[in-house]
Write a protein that binds this ligand. Sequence first.
Ligand code: NAD
Ligand code: MG
Length: 395
Amino acid sequence: MSKQVTILGATGSIGLSTLDVISRHPGQFELFAVTGNTNVAGMLEICQTYQPKVAVMANADAAKLLQQQIEKNGIATEVTAGVDSLVDVASHSSVDIVMAAIVGGAGLLPTIAAANAGKRICLANKEALVMSGDLFLDAVSNNGATLLPVDSEHNAIFQSMPPEVQQGATLSTSGVRKILLTGSGGPFLTKPLEEFGEITPAMAVAHPNWDMGAKISVDSATMMNKGLEFIEARLLFNASFEQMEVIIHPQSIIHSMVSYNDGSVLAQMGQPDMRTPIAHTLSYPARIESGVEPLDFSQLADFTFVKPDFNRFPNLALALEASKSGQGATTALNASNEVAVEAFLQGEIRFIDIAQLNERVLNAHVNSKPNSLSDILELDAQARQFAKQVITQGI
Ligand code: NAD
Ligand code: MG
C-alpha cells in the first residue's frame, strides 16, 4: 500500500524537491497534506499539480485567497489555516510520513506533534531540533516515531554509521571514533575579512554549491549553519563534543564522514542535490530513484579540505560554545540567530552584526535551564524579544 505523506513547508526549497521525488513514485507515495506560509500562488500550483487532500496556510487571509482559487479551478483539496491545522496534518491517523521542512522555530509544534503521533519524521527543519533537543528526541522514542535526518551532512553521517547506531546504539560501543562534519565554507570562505562589512543580502544568499531558502543561505554564509548542524549532529547521534570535528570541503561532494577506531573513514558522496537525502529518508532502508545524476569522478577537478577559521566565522564558534553549555544556550542562540538573519535580510543590520547580536543574546541566556516545552517556548520568545531590543538600541 502506498505511504501517505504530509509535507510541512511544501512551497519551500526542500518542499518542492520532496514533491519532485514523490512524483517519480506514484504507486509508493500519496500526498495527504501540504503546508505553506502565505504563498498562495505557490500553493495553488502545488494543489493543481499534485491534488493533496489538505492544504494548510499560515493564516485565515491566505487560506481564503487560496480557497477562492481552489474553487475557481475545480480542485478537490480542502483548505485550512493556522498552527492547529499544521499540528492536525502532522499527526493525522492517515499519515505515515511527515517531511518537516518549515524553516525556523515555526516548525517546532507540528514536528513535535508528528513525534507524539509516532510518525516517520524526515527532518530538514534543524532549528526545531536545536531549539528543543532532548525533549524532541524523547517524544520520538517514547512514541515509537522514527527520526531520519534530511540535512545532507546528517543524512551522510547516518548512512556512514553501523546499523546498530542507526537503531540507537552508542558511538563508543560501536567502534566509532569521530563524526567528521563537512561544510563548504559558503560564499565568503576566501573573501578578504576587511570586506565583510560590505556584504549585502544578495551576496550572502548566493551559495556556490547549493540552491536553498534565504535563511539557510545566510546561515551558510556566516557558518552558523555548520554551528546549528554541530548541535544537531550531537543530538541525533548522541555524540560528545570531543567526538565531533568540523572540516571545510569547498566542493560539497563528500557530505560528511564517520571515522572508526580501526582507521577506516566512511563517507557518503554525491551531487549537491537535496533530492538524494530526501529520497533516502522517504524510502529507508530501500533505495529509490531520486532524479539525481550519479557522480562522474573523472569530471571532479578539486577535492580539498581545510580547518575552519573561527575568526572569519565567529558564529561557528558561538554555536560550539552553546553546544557545550546546554539546552538553554542552544535555544537562545537559535532564536537570536533567526531574528538577526531576518533583520539582515531586511537591511536593518550588517552581515558582521549577526555574530555580535548572537553573542549578546547568548551571553544573556547561557545559564537558562528549560525543562519543558513551555519553558522552551518561553525562552525562545524572551531571546527573540531581547534580540529585537538590542537591534533597536543599536548593536
Ligand atoms: P524555504 O525558505 O525555501 O522554505 C521554507 C518553508 O517554510 C516554506 O514552505 C514556507 O512557506 C514555510 N514557512 C516559513 N515560515 C513559516 C511559518 N511561520 N509558518 C508556517 N510555514 C512557514 O526554506 P528551505 O531551504 O526549504 O529550508 C527548510 C528547512 O530545511 C530549514 O530548516 C533548513 O535549515 C532546512 N534545510 C534546507 C536545505 C536546503 O537545501 N534548502 C538543506 C538542509 C536543511
Ligand atoms: Mg546541511
